[in-house]
Design a protein around this ligand. Structure first.
Ligand code: SAH
Length: 259
C-alpha cells in the first residue's frame, strides 16, 4: 500500500532532522521538497534512483497532483517540509485531496523554527513566575487573523510570543505590543536562518529599535521574532527557581531534603 509521508525537515541544520525523517528519506522512491527553506544536504541521503523535485515554483494543485501521481507507482513518497508540518505548512490543504484520492498519509514531526531560534540565542521561553505560556502566531498580512487573535489581543497576555512569517511587519508588531502595554525598552529577539550552519544571525533589540537593527542587518525573510518577558534571563541575578529541581520539593522520583 503506497503512503505519502509529510515529513518535518526541521529549521535548516540537517543534523536537526529526526532519525525517522532520515530513514524515510533513505528509503524514499520520490521526494517533493520545499526548496526555499529545506537544506539540500538532506537530499544527499536519498537513493540514486529516488525522484527528487523542488516544489518552489509549484501551486498547491500541482503539488497534490505530483504526490498523487508518484503514489500510483511508488511505495514511499515524501513531502519534505520546513520545521514542523503542522505549523504554517498548508498541511490540511494538501491532505484533503489525498484523502479524496484514497491515498494513505502519515506525518512525521520536526523541530520548529521557534525552538531553534530560542536555542540559538540560549533563551528559555518559559520561566517560573515570569511566564508559563507560549503563543505561536503571526501578524496579519495577506492572511486575515481570526476574531480575537489580533497581535494586540494576544500580546495582552504578556507571555512569550513567537511570531512566524512577520519579519516585514515589524512596525505592526511595535504598534500592537505598545498598545497592549509592553514597554518600548522590552527586549525583542530576531533570529534569521536559525540553525543554518554559517548563516544564522541573532539580533537583539528593543521594541523601539528592532526594526532599524534588522534593516541595518539586511534581514527581511526567514526570520523568527520572539517577544518575551523571559528574554535575557541568563544574565538576571534574581531568578525564581523551578520547583522541579528545588531540594525542598518532593516528587515521584525524589524525596525532599530536610532543611
Ligand atoms: N513549518 C515551519 C514554519 C513555516 S512558515 C516551522 O515549523 O518552522 C515560514 C516561517 O517560519 C518564516 O517566515 C520564518 O518566520 C520561520 N522560519 C522558518 N525557518 C526558519 C529559520 N531557520 N530561522 C528562523 N525562522 C524560520
Amino acid at each position: 500500500m503506497p503512503k505519502i509521508w509529510f515529513v518535518g525537515a526541521g529549521p535548516g541544520d540537517p543534523e536537526l532532522l529526526t532519525l525517522k525523517a532520515q530513514r524515510l528519506i533513505k528509503q524514499a522512491d520520490a521526494i517533493l521538497f520545499a526548496g526555499s527553506l529545506v537544506s539540500k544536504t538532506a537530499m544527499t541521503w536519498a537513493s540514486e534512483c529516488c525522484d527528487i523535485q523542488d516544489s518552489k515554483g509549484m501551486t498547491l494543485k500541482q503539488i497534490c497532483d505530483w504526490l498523487i501521481n508518484k503514489a500510483k507507482t511508488n511505495a514511499t513518497v515524501i513531502r519534505l517540509q520546513t520545521g514542523d508540518p503542522s505549523l504554517y505548512g498548508a498541511l490540511i490543504e494538501m491532505i484533503q485531496p489525498l484523502d479524496k484520492a484514497g491515498i494513505d498519509v502519515a506525518v512525521v514531526p520536526g523541530v520548529t523554527s521557534a525552538m531553534a531560534s530560542a536555542a540559538a540565542a540560549v533563551e528559555t521561553l518559559s520561566l517560573p513566575e515570569v511566564t508559563q505560556t507560549v503563543i505561536f502566531s503571526r501578524v496579519e498580512g495577506r492572511t486575515p487573523m481570526p476574531e480575537g487573535e489580533s497581535l494586540e489581543d494576544l500580546a495582552r497576555h504578556h507571555c512569550t510570543l513567537c511570531l512566524y512569517l512577520s519579519i516585514t511587519l515589524l512596525k505592526k508588531i511595535q504598534t500592537a505590543l505598545i498598545a497592549a502595554g509592553w514597554a518600548e525598552e522590552a527586549t525583542i529577539l530576531v533570529v534569521h536562518k536559525a540553525s543554518w550552519p554559517g548563516e544564522e544571525q541573532i539580533i537583539r533589540g528593543t521594541l523601539s529599535n528592532i526594526r532599524e537593527k534588522c534593516k541595518q542587518a539586511g534581514i527581511n525573510s526567514q526570520a523568527m521574532i520572539i517577544a518575551s518577558p523571559t528574554l535575557g534571563a541568563r544574565n538576571w541575578t534574581e531568578l525564581a527557581k523551578s520547583k522541579l529541581y528545588d531540594a525542598s520539593f518532593a516528587h515521584r522520583f525524589r524525596k525532599a531534603e530536610k532543611s
